[in-house]
Ligand binder design. Structure first.
Ligand SMILES: Cc1ncc(COP(=O)(O)O)c(C=O)c1O
Length: 385
């Protein structure tokens, strides 16, 4: 063989696989078949193996299987971000002429996708109150096909009465979807509460290290075929490296979630008595308006909550507070090891005590909670100056 051929076909002897504790990452587009007969089988959809890079390479399959098992789902598929998992789900389960309801505390881009993209294709979308329960019936129309919940909402933290909503939806064969990113499968089992489709922004707690974007969709048996077919048609696959990192994140999810839970509760309780702080929006505190629902349905709480202040402050004063924090980064997203702080004034369609209020949202990371509390207290002193 001449040099160019030798370069392409080296090494001529395959290297034996090593049983490393963490599985090797396999990247690829072309996947070789052993024979022309296998190639023809793949064309007929009868080949049992992996046919191409978009056919979910091993890392993706391992991650999906691990999540499916954790969620106790009939089927799980992963997507390149949380928002792509959400938009693909909405496209998979609705069609022109359908009506969709979205809780008013859902992640902003979820609502925006419903209104701006689904709206363009003849799907009508309306909001329901962030604490909706059996009163969902007031908002249903004969053509309502899907109800999208996020509980607690990741900005304002209201909790929906999930079993009451799913009971009404089931009676009418309406699909219920829950964004369960805040609780993760460890702290809430949505399928046991009657939910049909469960979303995770894997980007947050499952990854845990703020170094990738990914989302997952898990479904019960009634909806497995729809998800599998839509996924196969769209071929929006996830990168093997990101799947490997998400799999690694899963190994420590349980210990990290317990640490986030304990630290966030310590910080939230510490802030509750501060003279500048008004509300502490944390579902596991008895002062939370839907605390009883949280106690009934959830097995734990995570590291994300918000506070309001007794006075409203202009942005430059809020900036004095945020910029003075030594341990909290200022940035989007949450669920990682590093504490973050952001501000927001969420739009409210249904009024309530958060109307026109500034929220300071805190992602409590894995630092010592006393250090975090000291940092927030010195920041609040700056705000009061
Ligand atoms: C509750 C919730 N769901 C979904 C998403 C979207 O996830 P991603 O950032 O992976 O697109 C976010 C992002 O902040 C979120 O907060």
């Amino acid at each position: 063989m001449r040099p160019s051929t030798r370069l392409i076909h080296a090494p001529l002897t395959p290297c034996p696989a090593a049983r490393t504790v963490s599985p090797p990452v396999q990247r690829g587009s072309t996947v070789l078949f052993d024979s022309h007969a296998d190639f023809l089988r793949a064309g007929r959809g009868e080949y049992p193996g992996i046919t191409y890079g978009t056919d979910r390479l091993p890392q993706q399959r391992m991650l999906e299987e691990a999540l499916q098992d954790l969620e106790r789902a009939a089927l799980t598929r992963v997507f390149p971000s949380g928002i792509s998992a959400i938009s693909e789900t909405l496209m998979a389960f609705v069609q022109a002429g359908d009506h969709v309801l979205v809780c008013d505390n859902a992640y902003g881009p979820t609502t925006r996708f419903c209104r701006e993209v689904l709206g363009k294709f003849g799907v009508r979308c309306d909001a329901v109150p962030p604490d909706v329960g059996a009163d969902i019936t007031q908002f249903l129309r004969p053509e309502t096909r899907l109800v999208f919940l996020e509980s607690p909402g990741s900005i304002t933290f209201e909790i929906q009465d999930i079993p009451a909503v799913t009971a009404e939806a089931r009676r009418r064969r309406i699909v219920t979807v829950l964004d369960n990113t805040w609780a993760t499968p460890l702290f809430l089992d949505p399928f046991a509460l009657g939910v049909d489709v469960v979303i995770q922004s894997v980007t947050k707690y499952i990854c845990g290290h703020s170094d990738l974007l990914m989302g997952s969709v898990s479904v019960n048996a009634d909806h497995a075929q729809t998800l599998a077919d839509f996924y196969a048609c769209r071929e929006i696959y996830a990168s093997p490296e990101d799947c490997a990192l998400a799999l690694r994140g899963l190994k420590t999810l349980d210990v990290r979630m317990r640490a986030h839970q304990a630290s966030a509760l310590a910080v939230a309780s510490g802030l509750a008595g501060h003279p500048l702080v008004d509300m502490v929006l944390h579902p596991a505190l008895p002062s939370h308006p839907q605390h009883d629902r949280w106690k009934r349905d959830f097995r734990g709480s995570s590291g994300l909550f918000a506070i309001t202040l007794k006075k409203e402050y202009p942005d430059d004063a809020l900036g004095r507070f945020l910029d003075s924090l030594q341990l909290f980064g200022i940035g989007y997203s949450w669920g990682g090891f590093m504490s973050l702080a952001t501000t927001g004034r969420p739009a409210r369609r249904f009024g309530g005590p958060l109307q026109d209020r500034t929220l300071i949202r805190l992602n409590i990371g894995l630092e010592d909670p006393q250090d975090l509390l000291d940092d927030l207290r010195q920041g609040l002193d700056r705000l009061a100056e």
